[in-house]
Design a protein around this ligand. Sequence first.
Ligand code: MG
Length: 470
Amino acid sequence: MKISIKPILSIFLVCILLNSCDSNPKDKIIKRPPNVILIYMDDMGYGDLSLNGHPTIQTPNIDQLASDGQKWSNFYTASSVCSPSRGALLTGRYPIRIGLGAEKKRVFFPESIGGLPSSEITIAEMLKNNGYQTGIVGKWHLGHLPEYLPMNQGFDYYYGIPYSNDMDAINWSLKTLLGKPDINMWQVPLMENEKIIEKPANQFTITKRYTEKAIEFIDKNKDKPFFLYLPHSMVHTPLFASETFQNTSPRGLFGDVMNEVDWSVGQIINKLEKLGLDKNTLVIFSSDNGPWLMMQEHGGSSGLLTDGKGTTWEGGMRVPGIFYMPGTIQPGTITDIGATLDILPTIAAFTNSKVPSDRIMDGYDLSPVLKKKEVSPRNHFIYYRKQEIYAVRKGDYKAHYITETSYQKDNQKKILETPLLFNLNHDPSEKYNHATEHPEILKELKGLVENHKKNVVALPSEMDKYPEIK
Ligand code: MG
């Protein structure tokens, strides 16, 4: 029997032209650039996840992300407080370069008139330029005047609070913060796009509603590449959990709130699976800074790390770093150094987007580690507090030049004549000083700092911009 190859050839050519002959609609979706979901916790410490050993908090959904994806155990945020941490995350640049290296105020307040400068390029802008739909659901904290809101920083959609959930306080005191949860004590607004839709925001239901809005955004954009930035307002004090989660954790209210956030992560992953998008979505989970220790039982834990939020000790700046994309990211624990500064270039590599080339970037593309478990391109990290370098790490070793605790009575700043030197891989709690044994390491670290400083121009702090008092 003679078979004509002409019809077969024609079908083959049509297939190439259409770039798809799949019968399975899921396969069609997978051929487009990956979606990105970036979940960013507020004030959740290194030790607040069950995967990092918390004895009474259970985070099964987040733990699952870490075991099916990559967990980075030496992962840093660029600042130990909210606003600069978020600015650095979204731009891949140290806060000092982007007007968020504080001089006096360390974060934006409701009276502030500054914000992340519009000249900075955010992950949202980078991805929007590459055809992505972009949304933020959660806490912004990079300027709340119209010109600084998310819609002017590359986001198509915004639902959330413009600054921290303890601001616009009727009576800001530890007693109120640690007392019976009462939404009326915090007049923080809830916004949708550029409008205030609720004031005060009902914080009891905020995590639940963020989750619903995030899922709505995913549903709405399921047929095109999307970027969803989900910076939760929790577990920043004052703590609130919705009714379903109240009194569910042996850790108390903090644990209830963690249960709800963990549930939220599970809902998002379920949604991706249902839509067949899970293998084509890069999910990143981290926290803006360490635990707010002055909040006592309402604050988190940095586990075996020293100190917390506001400081350049490990507990202030080392945060969980989890990357998940089944089939693409090689599961495992990475002990190499990484930072939230690396998230922009890493997303750029996954999505084939263009990293800004007209400015100094501080991040590295971690995709070779995520995809092939290669050595991390980052071998050092610089710890800023406001505009000063307090410490530096290269490889195993960290030198402290200045130490200062935070939010405590004795938080006086100490400029050290001889730096402290810790081997962080042997001694993550920073207890055993090796400065006298290793002058050569101190010299190398000093050289690294000097070189870094040569390329840094500090912009005036946006967070110190306030209306003139007449
Ligand atoms: Mg924070």
